[in-house]
Structures are given as C-alpha cells and as structure tokens.
Design a protein around this ligand. Structure first.
Ligand SMILES: *Cc1c(COP(=O)(O)O)cnc(C)c1O
Length: 515
C-alpha cells in the first residue's frame, strides 16, 4: 500500500528487458569498456580514412538531412538496438564531425586533442569520480590539488597560492570577477561601517577593447550589467597600454568603484599580450585587482622560448589558463589560479551537511566543493597530469613552439602574396589577414571575404577563421580572415595549400557574384 496514495507500481513485465551491460568500472566492465572503445575507434578510423578535409562537404541543411536519415527514430528511441547502433553512430560521427587533426583545420582555439589525454579521459569517465568531496574522488582531489600547485609555481606565485579547474575560460573569468567583486564590496562595506563613505556605488571593470566577451558576460551574470565593462582602446600593437588604462581610470564618475582590471595575455584574434608589469603598476597605485586572462597565451608557461611573453604574470591577483587550448587537452580543462593571500574560497566556500560537514573537514576528509561554483565536478586533472607525465612541460611547450613557427611562416607567405594582406605580425599562433579582391570588387571586400570563407566551409577541405578588425573602415573593410594554427603536425606545405585554397575561393567568389 503506497503511503502517499499514489497508484501502486505496475507489475514487473514478463518479457525480458534488454540488459544495460556491465557497469564501466567493475573489473569485467572496464575490460568491456576497452573492448567497446576499441571497436568504436576502429569504426572511427575507417571513417577518418575516407575523409577529404576537416569538415564534411555539406551545407548545414544537407547535414541536417543526413542526421535525420541516420537517426530515423531520433536520439531517444523507445527501444534500444544495442552495440550495432552505437557502432553506426561512431561511424557517422567520425564521418561528419570536425576533424581537428586535419592540418587544414585552422579556425578556432580548438586544438586536436592529444591521444594520451583522450585515453585518460576514458578512464576518468569510467570511474566517474568527482572532486567536490573527498569520498567522491579521493585520488582525483589529490591530483587536482597538486596540478594547481604546480601551475601556480610555474606562473611564479608563492607556495600558498591556490586555484581550481573550471569548465572553461568563460567560467574561470566569471569566478575571478566574482572574487574581485566580493572583495571590493567587502572592503567598501568595512569602510562604510566605519562611517567614512555612504554614497551608492557602480562597480566597474576595465579591460582592453580586444578582451574576450566573457568579461562582459561575467559582469552581466554578477549583476553589474554589461555596461560595467569599460573597454580601453588598444594601441597599434593591439595591447592595452598603462597610459590608456590611466586615462580610463581618471575618467570614471565619482560613484564608480573599479573592482578589477582584466589584462589579456593572448587576445583571441591577434594573440597580443597586454604589458603586464606596467598594468600591474597602475592597478597597484589605484588599489584595484589585476586579473590576467591567459586563456590562450597561458600555454607559453611550458615553453622556455615563449615564456618571456608572460613576463610579469606573477604580479596578477588571478590568472585564467585554458589547458584545452594551448596544452592540447580535450575540452574542458580550464584553470583559475589565485595568488598567495587571496582566499579562493571567500566567495564559494560552503559547508553542506551531506557533503562536507565541519568535523569531517577537520579530520582531513575534505574535497574541493568550496573552491568551485560547481558541485559535481569531473576529474579533469587526470588527463592533464597524464599528458604532462608522458610529454613533460618541454614536450607540451614544443607543441606551442612549432605552431608559433608555423604562424610566422604563414605571415611571410601572406606578406609575399599581392592578393593577400597581413593585418598584424603573429604573436602566438594566429595569423589575421584578408583577401584583396580585384579592382572591380574592391568596395565589396568584406562581402567577398565572408563569402570565400563560407565557400571553403561548404567544400569542407579548408577550415579557416574569420573576425572583424574594430579599426577597419570603408577603405580597408572590417572583415578579416584568420588562421588559428594549433596542429603541431601541420607543415609549411599545408599552410601553402590553405592559402592557395583561400585565394582560389576568393577568385571564384569574385567571378561568381559579379554585382
Ligand atoms: C577562449 C577564450 C576565452 C573563453 O574560454 P572558453 O574555454 O571557451 O570558455 C576567454 N578568454 C580568451 C582570451 C579566450 O581566448
């Protein structure tokens, strides 16, 4: 008899239910995971061998029809069809998804994942540990703590610096600004409690006009409003200078409370690195926190050759680092680091009776719940540690170095081609440029560049990026093409092939679409 008055459950069915198979992490189950992964990856390998480019040669509409045909009962069929259906899915996926290992994939800050990291990811998924409490993933908690400490040391922070893994640079920037907002408002409340100030305040955040949009989004999420971001004009090298920041700070209204300056170490488009020591001197003088968004440039920490780009990063109050960009990890593996003296748990620290009661914590049974905005949290440190154990910092740094060299080579090739125009010398691994249409189409340069990229997408053989140059005008146009080079195996011939494809697509667009 149901106590709550609900109808009694239906009697057990007499026909056999399909079994779910073994669970991933029992001794037979994990062997079965290996077998199934082996079969899935063999299917994927066959499909990959038949591919001709980084994208399927389909329009979005055509791809949608292909998926409809492959999933006749949709993604949630009433009855399961067992392993064969999964193998078919693996085949279809490998045939039609992006192939980042193709050397002609060069659009986004999305690297081809390292095999060792992907394999460790399978293990992490099989065990399904979580780092929020000690007992939900003890070894994972230890790995993350050690990884964070090693990264803080590499960044030049002191031994009591702290950090946390997050699902992305967007999340890392949000948490950094949460900490900054709370610290600024706490300090403000203390001053008000002492009776010195009473006026309401509008918290504001300063960053380069080329900073990532996640800074503005974080301000919106934190209830400050996107208009709380004061974009500081970048200089000719696309950096936020100390002088420009001083001007912006001086221009603020009386009720505005600067809570943070966000410097960018590796702007998404240009890879430009704001002058960190100079900016730090300004923020120190004004008593404002400095957060460094090194989501892209942070990978230079592992390269002796490129590490100087990040000189001065150790003076930041906090740092965002995306290991799923320039440490070749499968997404996601972002890290927020905070300097010694900043309490990472000040804004997120929490004791929950069913997760981390005080007396457990006092006895060392403590996880990372209080470090994070998340509760259940993947053991992302496993793949990162596996990667560094296998390759070393030197091996990971060398990947960035080879992509950097390739970017410089691409810039040379573009510079030597009269139909291509380089927008800026590469700093990290991106190259921004545009196609110069013939005389008859000069005033349609933006339309031609946009159309030529879509033409390449449709053919599927070359995947390049696109952006706007905020300084562009009628004469120079705004639309720019971008190579984001993150394939360490790509060769100079591949770069040549990419740029030849760009030029051919440009000419085709010009002749096809004469106004
Ligand atoms: C990619 C990027 C981000 C956002 O990171 P996600 O991991 O995509 O959330 C933030 N800042 C910069 C400079 C970036 O390049």
């Amino acid at each position: 008899m149901s106590m709550s008055g609900h109808a009694p459950p239906a009697p057990a069915p007499t026909h056999p239910l399909p079994t779910a198979g073994p669970l991933a992490a029992d001794p037979e189950g994990i062997v079965e995971v290996g077998r199934l992964v082996g079969e899935l990856t063999s299917e994927a390998a066959k499909a990959l061998r038949r591919r001709n480019g980084p994208l399927p040669p389909l329009t979005p509409g055509e791809l949608s029809h292909v998926v409809d045909a492959q999933l006749p009962e949709g993604p949630l069929p009433r009855e399961g069809a067992g392993q064969d259906a999964v193998l078919a899915l693996a085949r279809a996926y490998a045939t039609h998804t992006v192939d980042l290992a193709d050397p002609r994939a060069a659009a986004h800050l999305q690297p081809p994942a390292l095999g060792v990291a992907a394999a460790a990811e399978v293990l992490a998924a099989a065990f399904n540990a979580s780092v929020d409490t000690w007992d939900s993933g003890p070894y994972a908690v230890e790995l993350e703590s050690r990884l964070v400490r090693a990264l803080t040391a590499r960044a030049g922070y002191g031994p009591r610096a702290d950090g946390v893994l997050t699902p992305g640079g967007t999340a890392s920037n949000l948490q950094a600004l949460l900490i900054a907002r709370d610290a600024a408002l706490r300090a403000r409340r203390d001053v008000r409690a002492a009776g010195l100030v009473g006026a309401p305040v509008q918290p504001v955040v300063y960053c380069s006009e080329l900073a990532h949009f996640s800074v503005a989004r974080a301000c919106a999420v934190l209830g400050l409003g996107e208009h709380a971001v004061r974009p500081v004009p970048a200089d000719a090298s696309r950096r936020m200078t100390a002088e420009a920041l001083e001007v912006a700070l001086a221009e603020r209204a009386a009720d505005e409370l600067p809570i943070a300056v966000v410097a960018t170490a590796g702007t998404t488009d240009y890879g430009s690195v704001d002058p960190l020591p100079e900016l730090a001197a300004v923020t120190r003088r004004h008593g404002v926190r400095l957060h460094v968004d090194a989501a892209y440039g942070g990978g230079a920490l592992f390269s002796d050759r490129l590490r100087p780009l990040l000189a001065g990063i150790e003076v930041a109050d906090s740092i965002t680092l995306d290991l799923h960009k320039t440490a070749w990890q499968p997404a996601a593996a972002s890290v927020l680091l905070v300097r010694e003296g900043t309490d990472l748990t000040a804004s997120t620290g929490l004791r929950v009776a069913y997760l981390n009661p005080d007396d457990d914590g006092a006895e060392g049974y403590d996880g990372l719940l209080g470090h994070s905005l998340a509760t259940t949290r993947r053991a992302d440190a496993l793949k990162v540690v596996a990667t560094f154990l296998a390759l070393g910092q030197r091996g990971v740094g060398a990947l960035l170095e080879s992509c950097h060299d390739l970017a410089r080579h691409a810039a040379e090739v573009i510079g030597a081609n009269p139909r291509l125009e380089l927008a800026a010398d590469p700093v990290l691994t991106t190259v921004v440029f545009r196609y110069l249409p013939d005389e008859a189409n000069r005033d349609r340069a933006d339309a031609v560049n946009g159309a030529l990229r879509r033409r390449l997408l449709r053919q599927g053989r070359a995947l390049i990026g696109r952006t706007d140059d905020p300084a562009g005008d009628r004469a120079t146009g705004r639309v720019r093409l971008k190579l984001t080079l993150l394939n360490p195996r790509a060769t100079r011939d591949d770069i040549q092939e990419l740029l030849t494809a760009v030029e051919a697509a440009g000419r085709a667009v010009e002749t096809e679409e004469q106004p």
